[in-house]
Write a protein that binds this ligand. Structure first.
Ligand code: ADP
Ligand code: ADP
Ligand code: MG
Length: 647
């Protein structure tokens, strides 16, 4: 077994790898950028090496710096985690050439699966069913359009070098094909430096089913069953589970066997995932599940597989990299219970999932579920990396048990002031359609409105929270006067001498009393007379505020004194200035100076934290000023354009 390991990654996956390495007595070396100097993975590792400035391109993606760090610290091996350099065959080769162990497949396997078209060719040759489509070299638009017609609409145009849900366009109508092709090629070029595309039949009622495979250097390949990752937004996974609901034993055997065949076809060593797309219009059927791509690395959602198999996949990776045979053979692996994972993102679902950056003043996650995270209280979510802040994983004897535990867990997430998708996750998990497995990859989009609109918090709940705050002795600095009704001093005197704000307050109430406080950091007028018999479920003080939660089970709200919320310049100011809401890169400028625009028209597309954000015209007018250039980097609050209101 190897004795020392450098982890070429950050965040939760770096922490995850360190945990297993420690269990196995392996010395760990972390690498970090400027932004991560105090990050959890740096503190958890035995040693840490600074590798450069915050942007990943200048640190986590610079192979030479990482190899130099391994050499300097005497690390024997490099684990790439996922993302970053994990599927970079040249890096894997460079690691091997430097005399280090690469915790991953052979560079040739990575190459074979690296481009979606070549991978599909290879799978066809190996006898693995693939999604019907066109994989040809000829990229002339007319030829592609003709092939799309042959495949039959709807089709999906996919960048062969794509990943992370990018570089894909669904086309339903032949008339839209040319435009979709252009925009797909543009994204493919800017994101992957390769404009080549393939055409695939767009599968209706699609479910994303994938199989965990593992190979070793002795020629063994096993599978560790399937996961269902159909809950996606923008082709990115949000909730994953294992096993796949509705999968019968025969179908499972068929697709797991296909996955093993696929891995063997590329002499696979280490952890990998074969992704399939299933036409689930009539349930899961072996003849309606097709190979989509292979991810030649550990997968973000590997914990659900670990939970149902009782195996530590990172341990498997380290043993295999050390030359040991697979810890278990196929007949020693079985499914135990059900596991479900939710990805907690620092983002605001109500604002189009805009990433939310800043310091985690408070950060508390459910204590009775498995948590994978790379941050702790006081850490900052920076604009430089993926906005995923934690994975919450529940395991139960049944799907219902796992779902229920995870739903409850998501309602217990308390993160502030950074916004998260916790409530969004909780709502998905609570939906009857999800519980009843009426799901496909369109699920989230279909229910988006009801999933993202933030319901009005219960007035009585807010009132109870407000009273608690006003009456609390720590709040002597309370600046906000009551907007109407009694003065604060008088009010506190009459409401509670003994500290129970819900008590005694209603005895002799005067006129309506409204107080302005912050609810989840948004200024909110709260009617203090809405006290009813509701008792908040969570009730604890924290830095001048209080968490309150209704029994409805939605995520708790934080009621606090009104503080300046800072320059959260999201989008357009009243004067028509279009500000960049966060640091990022301009990937498209849709207008020119002097153009007339209509309200809602797309002006500029910004890419930040692996997501695209469209900035739109706040009203009808003309583009009076334009400071955005495709490819340009912008900081938060930059005025990208100014729209002059039409007379
Ligand atoms: P997976 O296929 O493993 O579930 P996704 O497809 O959701 O992962 O992620 C898209 C890409 O972004 C993957 O290549 C993954 O490795 C990378 N990625 C996702 N989350 C992170 C993160 N927190 N840090 C670094 N890379 C990430
Ligand atoms: P990436 O490399 O970005 O992960 P994938 O090829 O794995 O790209 O596709 C990502 C997602 O897009 C899938 O999980 C699925 O939701 C959807 N998708 C891909 N191919 C198809 C298809 N042929 N029909 C319907 N949906 C598809
Ligand atoms: Mg994929």
């Amino acid at each position: 077994m190897l004795k020392s390991l450098l982890i070429a990654n950050r965040g939760e996956i770096a922490c995850r790898i360190i945990r297993t390495a420690r269990k196995l007595g392996i010395r760990t070396v972390a690498v970090y950028s400027d932004a991560d100097a105090k990050a959890l993975h740096v503190r958890q590792a035995d040693e840490a090496v600074h590798i450069g400035p915050s942007p990943a391109r200048e640190s986590y993606l610079v192979g030479e710096k990482i190899i130099a760090a391994a050499t300097a610290t005497g690390a024997e091996a490099i684990h790439p985690g996922y993302g970053f350099l994990s599927e970079n065959a040249d890096f894997a080769q460079a690691v091997i050439d430097a005399g280090l162990l690469w915790v991953g497949p052979n560079p040739s396997s990575i190459r074979a699966m690296g481009l979606k078209d070549a991978a599909k060719e290879r799978m066809i040759a190996a006898g693995v069913p693939v999604t019907p489509g066109y994989l040809g070299e000829d990229q002339a638009p007319e030829r592609l359009a003709a092939e799309a017609a042959k495949v039959g609409y709807p089709v999906l145009i996919k960048a062969v070098a794509g990943g992370g849900g990018k570089g894909m366009r669904r086309v339903d109508d032949p008339a839209d094909f040319a435009d979709a092709l252009l925009s797909c090629q543009r994204e493919a070029t800017s994101s992957f430096g390769n404009s080549q595309v393939l055409i695939e039949k767009y599968i209706l009622s699609p479910r994303h089913i994938e199989v965990q495979v593992f190979g070793d250097t002795h020629g063994n390949v096993v599978h560790l069953f399937e996961r269902d990752c159909s809950l996606q937004r923008r082709h990115q996974k949000v909730i994953e589970e294992a096993p796949a609901p509705g999968m019968d034993e025969a179908t499972r055997e068929a697709i797991c066997a296909a996955a093993v065949k696929a891995a063997k076809a590329v002499d696979y060593v280490g952890a990998g995932t074969i992704e399939f797309i299933a036409d689930a219009s009539e349930g899961l059927r072996a003849d309606r599940i097709w190979f989509m791509e292979m991810n030649t690395r550990l997968q973000v959602e590997h914990p659900v597989t670990e939970e149902i198999t009782g195996q530590d996949l990172v341990e498997w990776q380290l043993r295999v990299a050390s030359g040991e045979p697979l810890p278990r053979q196929q007949d020693e692996l079985w499914i135990r219970g059900w596991a479900m994972e939710a990805r907690l993102y620092a983002e605001d679902p109500a604002a189009g999932f805009l990433p939310s950056i800043g310091k985690l003043e408070s950060f508390s996650l459910p204590y009775n579920l498995r948590i994978e995270t790379g941050v702790d209280e006081g850490a900052a979510i920076s604009p430089f990396y993926d906005p995923m802040i934690a994975k919450i994983i529940a395991h139960g004897a049944t799907r219902e048990g796992a779902r229920d535990a995870l739903a409850t867990g998501c309602t217990e997430v308390k993160v502030r002031p950074v916004k998260t998708n916790a409530e969004f996750l909780a709502r998905i998990l609570a939906m009857p359609a999800f519980a009843e497995v009426r799901l496909d990859t369109g699920f989230i989009d279909r229910y988006l409105d009801s999933l993202v609109t933030r319901g009005e918090p219960d007035a009585r709940l807010l009132s109870a929270g407000a009273i608690a705050i006003l009456a609390h002795p720590d709040n002597s600095l309370m600046e906000q006067p009551l907007l109407s009704g009694a003065g604060r001093r008088e009010w506190i005197a009459q409401s509670s001498t003994q500290w129970n704000p819900l008590f005694g307050f209603r005895l002799n109430r005067p006129a309506k009393r409204i107080v302005r406080l912050a609810v989840d950091d948004q200024p909110t007028d709260i009617d203090l007379d809405q006290t009813g018999p509701v008792e908040p479920e969570i009730y604890e003080f924290e830095g001048g505020g209080i968490w309150v939660q209704a029994r409805s089970g939605l995520a708790p709200r934080f009621v606090s004194r009104l503080v300046s919320t800072g320059p959260r310049a999201a989008g357009a100011a009243a004067d028509g200035a279009i500000l960049s809401p966060m640091p990022g890169r301009i990937i498209a400028v849709e207008v020119s100076a002097g153009d007339s625009v209509t309200k809602g028209q797309k002006l500029v597309t910004l890419e930040a934290m692996k997501m695209e954000h469209s900035l739109i015209a706040p009203f009808d007018g003309t583009v009076a000023e334009l400071n955005a250039e495709t490819g340009g980097q912008v900081s938060e609050g930059t005025v990208l354009a100014r729209i002059e209101r039409a007379e």
